[in-house]
Design a protein around this ligand. Structure first.
Ligand code: ADP
Ligand code: MG
Length: 257
């Protein structure tokens, strides 16, 4: 049986202001979900809570990951348990290449699982990197890039997708973050997900870009509005949003103004 991320009646506040108001969402290994919704609806708040950002207070509800209470786990424990949160992009570290960084990440994972682990060997690591970069259609030279070199939005996403490919999480949460309508970044994420998707990987892609179906084919589409998931459907829901925008969502679920 595969792992699942189960969000049950989640309420979240920032500075005592309620932001999420009862979110229910389950993502299983092997499933690709898209979370859409207008700006300010609470999508990134959900991603921040999953990541363990202490500014966000869970006031009610539960998040269960692979049978464990996620709130009991530190961010690095979440990652080790198999949850990947893509915007954990490393702060720039002078003189460290992307390959160095990924090797450190793999070794930390192996050490956490077995304190006697010597980590991954240089040759095994090279082989793994070659394999994953080929799978993702990435130029091998990319791994030699220095983290402090100033990656573009698309390159940051490429680095995250590569990190996801080598860490092989059970469930990955990919937030579009503040890049907003950075189509290059969305394309990188979507292509990466399409190439990596399979029975072992569950994905939640968070975006407010309405034309996502040009890039990714989620089995499940959810619309967040004012801190709740108000609609869930298949790709046809994304198609409808592409054609009609979010106005009907506001009319149907918005407070009378
Ligand atoms: P989305 O990602 O869907 O655009 P957000 O989760 O970023 O939405 O924001 C939801 C609401 O929470 C907005 O009203 C936003 O102003 C508020 N919010 C988000 N983060 C913070 C924060 N760190 N401090 C105060 N308010 C916040
Ligand atoms: Mg956001």
């Amino acid at each position: 049986m595969g792992a699942a991320l189960e969000i049950r009646n989640l309420h979240v506040a920032i500075d005592e202001k309620p932001i999420l108001r009862g979110v229910n969402l389950t993502i299983k290994q092997g499933e690709v979900h898209a979370l859409m919704g207008p700006n300010g609806s609470g999508k990134s708040t959900l991603a921040n809570v999953l990541m363990g950002n202490p500014a966000y207070e869970v006031t009610a509800g539960q998040i269960i990951f692979d049978g464990q209470d996620l709130m009991e786990l530190e961010p690095d424990e979440r990652s080790r348990a198999g949850l990947f949160l893509a915007f954990q992009y490393p702060v720039s570290i002078p003189g460290v290449t992307l390959a160095n960084f990924l090797r450190l990440a793999i070794n930390a994972r192996m050490k956490a699982e077995d304190p006697d682990s010597k980590g991954i060997s240089v040759s095994e690591f090279r082989k793994l990197m070659r394999e994953k970069m080929d799978q993702l259609g990435m130029d091998h030279s990319f791994a030699g890039r220095y983290l402090n070199e100033g990656f573009s939005g698309g390159e940051k996403k490429r680095a995250e997708i590569l990190q996801m490919a080598v860490l092989r999480p059970k469930i990955a949460i990919l937030d579009e973050t503040d890049s907003g309508l950075d189509i290059d970044a969305l394309r990188v994420v979507s292509e990466g997900v399409e190439r990596l998707r399979g029975p072992e990987l569950g994905v939640l892609v968070i975006t407010h870009y309405q034309r996502i179906l040009n890039y990714i084919k989620p089995e499940f589409v959810h619309v967040m509005y004012d801190g709740q998931i108000v609609e869930t459907g298949g790709p046809e829901l994304a198609l409808h949003l592409e054609e009609a925008g979010y106005e009907w969502v506001r009319e149907k679920y918005g407070a009378a103004e």
